[in-house]
Design a protein around this ligand. Structure first.
Ligand code: S3P
Length: 433
């Protein structure tokens, strides 16, 4: 069903809430649990559409996965050999992480599988992982010369490689680590900037030896993983929406509890602090190798900033909502080195600029980012998620400061990563019509 969501200016936002589990870590808990020996129990799993697609794919390969509650899973892993040839299409839905990481696993399995997803997935580049996987020995074909879904893959007989990735991408790195664990010899992945390192941390927690060095990471082939308990921290990429809402709605103060604060993901905190935000982070522990903390944020006067270079992979998914904050800052915000945004769920440079411009924002698109004029009052209106969860949430949050509010069409896309988004926002303040 194509839902609509309306958010409009109301009173201040107050309270302490928990956002749903981290999407990246939830995917990995299912995949690593499926290829490990023994039982993996997951708490705090994100029951969003993307991660449910990962569960369905691994069930199709014969793995027993029980969902005791929306956020609790038990996965009975039987090692690499426990995966069986699926007799149906592996449908990844809207999830780039599912397809790219799973391809690394399938590349080492000698059976045949067919993999596809929705229309957004059909437009997203798969050659970035297929090219190195072919170099390792996997046989893969697909549309347009083997670059796009639907894909057919028959794996096995992999040889380790040294691969210099042209982009800082955790999906590429993780895919090659998963293939590398099944390959002969060593696999080395180098990247221009450090991307999120959840795979490295979780693989180590599952007993694998993974070597991180400045500029990359390597694994030896022939390693087995052991199942374990995983507690998934809250997703900082989801926390970014109530955080920026609290920054912008006058008189607000909000605490997000148990959020993952892995330094490869906290670019959003660095940027908001640089813009003048009052943010306090209290680290409370480490879950399965991932640092966790409580984030308290209150309404602040913001200033424009420049965002580029190594910061980009540390906040790539937060750029649509950062753009909303930047419309209200004093001065210009310049985002560069972010061409990767063009190959996300949508072209997020064009779509962020296009949707926010409908509300009166002044945003210039550039080749690798955007320039946002601050101090721009937003007017209400109608936006469309275009099937992109983060665009849906960013435009809804814009409604909290837009005269007359914003109605978001195709708001059901939000369930991809943040089920319960509008309910959580309502708990913090009166934001709905
Ligand atoms: C992810 C990596 C990032 C990110 C995506 C999740 C992951 O993608 O944008 O939402 O879980 O590995 P890239 O690897 O394409 O940068």
């Amino acid at each position: 069903m194509m839902q609509q969501l309306t958010m409009k200016p109301g009173n201040s936002l107050q309270g302490t809430v928990q956002v749903p589990g981290d999407k990246s870590i939830s995917h990995r808990s299912v995949m690593f649990g499926a290829i490990a020996q023994g039982t993996t129990r997951v708490k705090g799993f994100l029951p969003g559409a993307d991660c449910l697609a990962t569960i369905a794919c691994f069930r199709n390969m014969g793995v027993s996965i029980t969902q005791e509650s929306p956020t609790s899973l038990t996965i009975e892993g039987a090692g690499w050999e426990g995966l069986h040839e699926p007799n149906q299409l592996l449908d990844v839905g809207n999830s780039g992480t599912t397809i790219r990481l799973m391809l690394g696993i399938l590349a080492g399995r000698s059976f045949y599988s067919a993999v596809a997803g929705d229309e957004s997935i059909a437009r997203r580049p798969m050659d970035r992982v297929l090219h190195p996987l072919r170099e390792m020995g996997a046989q893969v074909d697909g549309r347009q010369g083997g670059r796009f879904t639907p894909l057919g893959i028959r794996g096995g007989g992999l040889q380790g490689i040294r691969y210099q990735s042209p982009v800082a991408s955790a999906q590429i790195k993780s895919c090659l680590l998963l293939a590398g664990l099944q390959a002969k010899g060593e696999t080395v992945v180098e990247e221009p900037y450090r991307s999120r390192d959840h795979s490295e941390r979780m693989l180590r927690a599952f007993g694998a030896e993974v070597n991180s060095f400045s500029g990359g990471v390597s694994v030896r082939g022939g390693q087995q993983l052991s199942g374990r308990e995983v507690r998934v921290p809250g997703d900082i990429s989801s926390a970014a929406f109530p955080m920026i809402a609290a920054l912008l709605v006058p008189g607000s103060q909000v605490t997000l509890q148990d959020v993952g604060v892995n330094p490869t993901r906290t670019g959003i905190l660095d940027v908001l602090k640089a813009m003048g935000a009052t943010i306090e982070v209290k680290e409370t522990g480490e879950w399965c190798g991932e640092p966790v903390g409580d984030i308290t944020i209150s309404t602040s006067t913001l200033f424009g900033t420049e965002i580029g270079g190594e910061l980009i992979p540390r906040l790539i998914d937060e750029i649509p909502i950062i753009a909303v904050a930047a419309t209200q800052a004093k001065g210009k915000t310049i985002i560069r080195d972010a061409a990767e945004l063009k190959v996300k769920e949508t072209n997020r440079i064009a779509v962020t600029a296009g949707e926010l411009t409908k509300l009166g924002a002044r945003i210039e698109e550039t080749e690798d980012g955007m320039v946002i004029e601050g101090g721009t009052p937003l007017t209400g209106g109608i936006c469309d998620s275009r099937g992109d969860h983060r665009i849906g949430m960013a435009t809804a949050i814009a409604g909290l400061i837009a005269k007359g509010g914003v109605t978001v069409h195709n708001a059901d896309a939000i369930n991809v990563s943040f089920p319960g988004f509008s309910e959580l926002m309502s708990r913090l303040g009166k934001v709905h019509s």
